[in-house]
Ligand binder design. Structure first.
Ligand SMILES: C[S@@+](CC[C@H](N)C(=O)[O-])C[C@H]1O[C@@H](n2cnc3c(N)ncnc32)[C@H](O)[C@@H]1O
Length: 264
């Protein structure tokens, strides 16, 4: 194998192209071929120079555009034929992104690779929604979990550990299971009135933020659709006070219709 060839597994953050790292942007602009997921935003794809091949391998829950083993084979083939292969992933490649699975595959095949971290949705979407993950007196820590269960299996999480009023809980991929999640957290001891937020298309011009309570999370988010991230905990009570993103953009007239702040 030609040793100058390399595969880069690059996190792009959750949508706003200005959240790309300098390294991610440099690699996007020097790629021979770019492979990308569904969560990589249009604005980020616009940074790819014209003439560079772009291959979409995105997945939707329950509707796999390309199965992971075919993505793996594609990566191996491209690693053989191209010098700089840039594999873009929404957010951070190592947080619910299967970046580590692809890195293991490359390592097993002796293919040189680099991994570029990206800003993960838990950090960026909450910040753009005015919700700090920790705050003195409100949250001593953060628990990040997936709310996705395999089609034939129920969602199994450590509900007792998650129902900790002194920690923030962030749930990725939990939209389909949100009724179960809020019910289990209440059963495990978290107060029904615990502040809760849902952020759809965070950090983009389409960002929608719903501020509610744990008990009302399901009914207050019926109008949303993936990608949605949930935040549960006392820190959500700061969301209106710290609503910098939507307030700033509403002045320009772009975001007023997207804001849905429901108190209950
Ligand atoms: C397969 S995971 C990928 C996570 C990604 N690797 C990261 O670090 O953010 C997809 C989930 O991330 C969350 N997510 C990613 N981008 C988002 C965005 N812009 N707005 C809201 N949620 C987002 C949603 O929960 C979505 O279902």
């Amino acid at each position: 194998m030609n040793q100058s060839r390399k595969v880069y597994l690059v996190g792009t953050g959750p949508g706003d192209p200005e959240l790309l790292t300098v390294k991610a942007l440099r690699l996007i602009q020097s790629a021979d071929v770019v492979i990308y997921d569904r969560l990589v935003s249009e604005a980020i794809l616009e940074q790819i120079p014209s003439g560079v091949s772009q291959i979409y391998v995105g997945k939707k829950s329950g509707n796999h555009t390309l199965p992971q083993d075919e993505i793996n084979q594609l990566l191996l083939n491209l690693a053989e034929s191209e010098r700089t292969v840039v594999r873009l992933k929404g957010g951070d490649p190592f947080i619910f992104g299967r970046g580590s699975e692809e890195a293991v595959l490359l390592a097993r095949h002796g293919i040189k690779f680099e991994i570029v971290p990206g800003i993960t949705a838990a950090s960026a979407c909450t910040t753009y929604a005015g919700i700090p993950l920790t705050h003195r007196g409100l949250a001593q820590g953060v628990q990040i979990v997936t709310g996705h269960s395999q089609l034939d299996k129920p969602l199994e999480l450590d509900w007792k550990a998650l129902a900790d009023a002194n920690k923030t809980v962030v749930i990725y991929m939990g939209f389909a299971n949100r009724e179960l999640i809020s019910r289990k957290l209440i059963e495990a001891g978290l107060d029904k009135t615990t502040p809760a937020a849902a952020i759809q298309n965070g950090t983009t011009a389409q960002q929608t933020r719903v501020i509610t309570t744990l008990a009302k999370l399901t009914e207050d988010t019926v109008m949303l659709q993936a990608p949605v991230i949930f935040v549960i905990g006392k820190v959500v009570s700061l969301a209106d006070q710290l609503d910098w993103f939507e307030v700033e953009n509403a002045i320009e007239g772009d975001f007023t219709d997207n804001e849905k702040s429901l108190h209950g």
